[in-house]
Design a protein around this ligand. Sequence first.
Ligand code: NDP
Ligand code: OXD
Length: 306
Amino acid sequence: MNITICVAQTKAAPWEEGFRAQLPGAHVSTWKAGDPQADYAIVWSPPQAFLDEQPGLKAMFNIGAGVDAIMKLRLPPQAQVVRLDDAGMSVQMAEYVCHAVIRHFREFDGYEADIAAGQWSYRKPRSRADCPVGVMGLGVLGERVARALRVFEFPVHGWSRSPKQIDGITCHSGTEGFNGFLAASKVLVNLLPLTPDTQDILNRETMGRLQPGGHVINVARGAHLVEDDLIALLDSGHLSGATLDVFRTEPLPAEHPFWQHPKVTITPHTSARTLRDESIAQIAGKIVALSRGEPIAGVVHRDRGY
Ligand code: NDP
Ligand code: OXD
């Protein structure tokens, strides 16, 4: 069995070593142009040239949850695209989002500023009922985040393509459920995959439907958010803040207004990191299953794009 590694923005060598250790019978190498055909590929943002050289690929395993960079390419028709299925990401995402929501709700930024100014002061306690959180996307990450927010007793709404029932969460679905979901939310968390249907979904009109004083948390992809529309809604006072982990251009350019905006908190695409050992173990298990003809979880539906 031939396994090839083609990963952008990360070192290939530790992945190569990890797969050799997990699958001792396999030939594992890092892709170079002109290499022989592989059976399985481990990828992150692979170039088109790689796929053009791999017409006989059986499956490609993305070392992240989001497959938008792959779905833009011309893919070998029979190759399955497999996303990372949690592998330690959902707990990180739950930590990040709960931290951002609680920081907003408890006004910890305000307290930090007061303390820095040498001021011992109190803010009026807020009611959780006035801070409903809406989670866009109720998949592997979104459902975990929604459940984690319920632990802190926030009213939680969720929105997905297909209808769902999740204990304690008010679930909305489809285009017909979208406006009701937005109107019910004050804090909005985006955990949708980036597809033609979801690009630019966070815009002046949709974010304008949130309850006044809202806060937007984008942890999915930068291209979901129309950045100028967010700035306009922050500056008009309709939104009170935003926590952004992903951007249209990454790294965020030095001159971008988000760096200095007083109502925007940014982090460098780090809300849920790929954990290498967990990911290698998960993917190696799936390669063994596929080679035995067994079904696996996390196969991307090409028509849906996620
Ligand atoms: P999943 O594929 O498991 O879940 C996607 C969810 O979005 C599903 O509930 C799906 O609905 C819903 N959805 C998709 N399209 C639509 C639509 N048009 N309208 C309404 N709902 C829709 O993805 P994950 O939870 O694993 O990951 C979500 C995204 O998070 C990734 O695609 C990636 O971009 C991002 N991510 C970001 C990271 C970071 O560090 N910032 C780390 C990891 C992921 P249904 O259930 O009906 O199919
Ligand atoms: C992912 C990511 O999609 O890291 O996994 O953004």
